[in-house]
Design a binder for this molecule. Structure first.
Ligand SMILES: Cc1ncc(COP(=O)(O)O)c(C=O)c1O
Length: 413
């Protein structure tokens, strides 16, 4: 059968999160029997119930006349207008809802299809077009590029560069590595970052926009975690706030994380009108838009007091959980790690006695039933790290550290 299938797709691994889920399902009986029923610190998804308002809006929206008919790929006008209003009030960014905003079936879908819009696929490795991706970064980026017949080039985010690398230096390294700068199609950025929780300053975003303009590179900003932050003075910025960014940038937003609506599959792309237009061309051949009732409920939560309150309260919970984790890790003598100002992730070094991050995460899962993600999944620069999501209830956090102590998971045991 192999000959029937696309080479790029055949080269894909099952997505890391689903692989972890499958393994956990297999070993759950054994773990439960020894009093170590799995505790998931692996899913990048809030576990709370979405705001009451969005559920009530959805219930009434499904009863509306015409709700069950096809929408348009671009999204209903009221949906795009609500997004434009949110972008104005939250970021002071002016957008034309008819030309600069397009609906998405979640930002993962949007990013994957946007990459397809850019890349001319080829099997010739020397001819492959290139997208720069953050490393460590969201595991899907590289796979999206690969499956679209392009090549992903790692932009290293390290503590040394404060997770904001000088892009001119990356450019020099890229040339030293033997790549052709003419092949670069786009740069992807993701602040606040998954898995690091790192945020970017206004100055850095200005540097990114200047760099992309100077080298004629399209800028893709993934803003999935933009509402997850712990200090009002460090409220993450939209890249579109930077003057002139719209000339070369698009940005991806999601309802998934801020409102705990991961299963709804709702998001949007906005920014450069030419890019949005051509993206729309592809989308109109691939799907027929979002269920109207979802758009109605989404539009209503975006500019509501309840929505903002929900985000504020959720961030307080994440911050509290972060404090509990930091305390627990310190008690285990954990090595140096960054305590982020955003997201619900912690990016942690593996204890020195382990050879690889998978060796550590497997040991933690099999001995203690604690499920985290090995750093390798996020790129070359993740080799000696792992990611913990801190969205679980407080009792489970306590249990995590009780088990780690009982099972000898001290940093330098
Ligand atoms: C960095 C990043 N971008 C995008 C997504 C996709 O989110 P969604 O498709 O639910 O909007 C995720 C999900 O975990 C993510 O971590």
């Amino acid at each position: 059968m192999r000959e029937f299938f696309n080479d790029y797709v055949q080269s894909l691994e099952t997505y890391i999160m689903f692989r972890i889920k499958e393994t956990v399902a297999k070993i759950t009986p054994e773990l439960t029997a020894k009093g170590r029923a799995p505790i998931s610190l692996s899913m990048g998804a809030p576990t709370a119930t979405p705001p009451r308002k969005v559920i009530e809006s959805l219930k009434s929206a499904v009863e509306e006349k015409g709700a069950h008919l096809y929408s348009t790929p671009k999204g209903e006008k009221y949906f795009r207008e609500a997004i434009a209003k949110r972008m104005k009030t939250r970021f002071n960014v002016e957008l034309n809802p008819d030309e600069e905003i397009f609906s998405l079936i979640g930002s993962k879908e949007g990013l994957a299809n946007f990459v397809r819009v850019l890349l001319n696929p080829t099997k010739d490795d020397n001819e492959k077009e290139i997208i720069w991706v953050p490393d460590p970064g969201y595991a899907s980026y590289k796979e999206m590029v690969k499956v679209s017949g392009g090549k992903a080039y790692s932009v290293p985010l390290t503590p040394e560069n404060n997770f904001m690398p000088d892009l001119e230096k990356v450019y020099e390294q890229f040339i030293k590595d033997g790549y052709n700068p003419k092949k670069i199609k786009a740069l992807m950025i993701n602040y606040p970052n998954n898995p690091l929780g790192a945020t970017a300053t206004r100055e850095y975003l200005e540097h990114v926009v200047d760099f992309c303009k100077k080298h004629h590179i399209l800028l893709i900003s993934d803003a999935a975690y933009i509402e997850m932050y712990f200090k009002p003075e460090l409220k993450p910025l939209s890249v579109l706030e930077i003057e002139g960014a719209k000339d070369i940038a698009v940005e991806f937003f999601s309802f998934s994380k801020p409102y705990a609506m991961t299963g709804w599959r709702l998001g949007w792309i906005c920014g450069n009108s030419e890019a949005v237009k051509i993206f729309g061309k592809l989308k109109s051949t691939l799907d027929s838009g979002l269920f109207k009732a979802l758009q109605k409920a989404g539009a209503e939560i975006l500019n509501s007091e309840e929505g903002d309150k929900y985000i504020e309260e959720s961030n307080k919970v994440f911050k509290h959980n972060q404090e509990l984790f930091v305390k627990g890790l310190k008690e285990l003598g954990w090595g140096e790690f960054n305590v982020p100002d955003a997201t619900f992730y912690l990016w942690l070094p593996i204890p020195p006695r382990y050879k690889t991050s998978v060796e550590f995460t497997d040991d933690l899962m099999h001995k203690s039933g604690i499920v985290v993600v090995p750093g390798d999944a996020f790129g070359e620069y993740g080799k000696r790290y792992f990611r913990a999501s801190i969205v679980c209830p407080e009792e489970q956090i306590k249990e995590v550290f009780e088990r780690m102590k009982a099972d000898g998971f001290y940093f330098s045991a």
